[in-house]
Design a protein around this ligand. Structure first.
Ligand SMILES: NC(=O)c1ccc[n+]([C@@H]2O[C@H](COP(=O)([O-])OP(=O)(O)OC[C@H]3O[C@@H](n4cnc5c(N)ncnc54)[C@H](O)[C@@H]3O)[C@@H](O)[C@H]2O)c1
Length: 309
């Protein structure tokens, strides 16, 4: 697995190891941490290979003898778009090409790719199904994810492994280091009297709890011989103001809200998608169902971050 020391990756590792699988995690620890995977150290089934997905030799070393590759490494920060488009390209698209090249040479059977709902851009149809078109991302991050999807499909056909492209909604949970929930908690810990909210507060999206995401990611393996695309999200949405309300309630505070107003019709930043809801019927046909709604996912995440549960 690439990105195995990250938020989602470490949770997938936890699950795989608990089910008796051997896991090799390739991670450069840029946004991931040893702390996320410390619990796996004594399992005898988990190896961390510190290295970079852009390095063919690092990937070749990590992939030896592996049957399935789960490619989760990325620079997940959509907001870096404007300041660092190279990081988006290198960490998301170039790294995917290097990993696919090694996967093709080492005769793996399955390739799981963590894509993103951002490939849909400002979709006119919601819930948005997997066959929706045209796919016009509104961020460089989304563009790099869409380009990576195409590479995954091409390498899959040419090299003969099955691939699973997962378009993830906003995934949240206690280990998450980025996104609206940890952002609000951190800001409020620093200043409980005032909460800066990016945008106009009406951005409305689907939030998925990490356990539901892990369940989805592993459930798809073996379901195709070719290329399969799945949306992964909850079946409802929460808006930013409501998320702020839940965070404040759980922290027992009532700060003044300071809305930035945002850009381009109230988006939090250039490239922010204002409305997102995924059609998850394809994933549900495999027997998957989210256990938490968007609001429940937010509440559970905040409570776990605060050590309440
Ligand atoms: N969290 C979400 O809401 C969300 C939504 C859609 C898609 N995704 C995708 O899911 C994947 C996992 O996201 P996450 O939230 O766990 O992020 P994360 O930052 O916690 O995890 C990414 C991991 O990849 C590692 N990494 C980054 N660049 C690397 C490189 N060049 N070589 C080796 N390791 C590298 C980081 O150290 C980190 O451990 C990413 O591909 C992300 O784009 C996440």
């Amino acid at each position: 697995m690439t990105g195995g020391a990250g938020f989602i990756g470490s949770s997938v590792c936890d699950f795989l190891v608990s089910k008796g699988n051997d896991v090799v995690a390739l991670d450069n620890l840029s946004s991931g941490s040893r702390e996320n995977i410390a619990q796996l150290a004594g399992s005898g089934r988990f190896t961390l290979t510190k290295g970079d997905c852009k390095s063919p030799s690092d990937v070749k070393k990590a992939i030896q003898g592996v049957d399935s590759v789960l490619h989760l490494s990325a620079n997940p920060e959509v907001r870096l778009d404007r300041t660092s488009p190279e990081a988006c390209f290198n960490e998301n698209l170039l790294a995917t090409k290097v990993v696919l090249e090694a996967a093709g040479r080492s005769r793996i059977s399955h390739f799981v790719y963590a894509s993103s709902s951002t490939v849909y851009g400002d979709a006119k149809l919601r819930p948005t199904h997997e066959d929706y078109s045209p796919l016009i991302p509104v961020s460089i991050y989304g563009a790099a994810k869409l380009g990576s999807e195409a590479l995954v499909a091409g390498y899959s056909k040419v090299c003969g492994f099955a691939s699973y492209i997962l378009r993830l909604a906003n995934v949240i949970g206690p280990r998450s280091g980025h996104g609206v929930v940890p952002d609000f908690v951190e800001k409020l810990k620093k200043d409980p009297k005032r909460l800066e909210i990016l945008g106009d507060g009406t951005q409305t999206k689907s939030y998925l709890y990490i356990d539901d995401c892990v369940d989805a990611m592993l459930r798809v393996i073996g379901r195709t011989d070719g290329v399969a695309v799945y949306n992964v999200g909850s079946e409802d949405q929460a808006n930013v103001m409501r998320i702020a309300g839940i965070v404040c309630h759980e922290m027992g505070i009532a700060p003044a809200y300071d809305l930035t107003g945002g850009v381009d019709g109230g988006r939090g930043w250039v490239g922010d998608v204002k409305q997102m809801l995924l059609d998850v019927r394809r994933l549900k046909s495999l027997g998957w169902a989210p256990r938490y709604s968007s609001e429940e996912a937010v509440r559970v995440t905040v409570r776990r971050i605060l050590g309440k549960d």
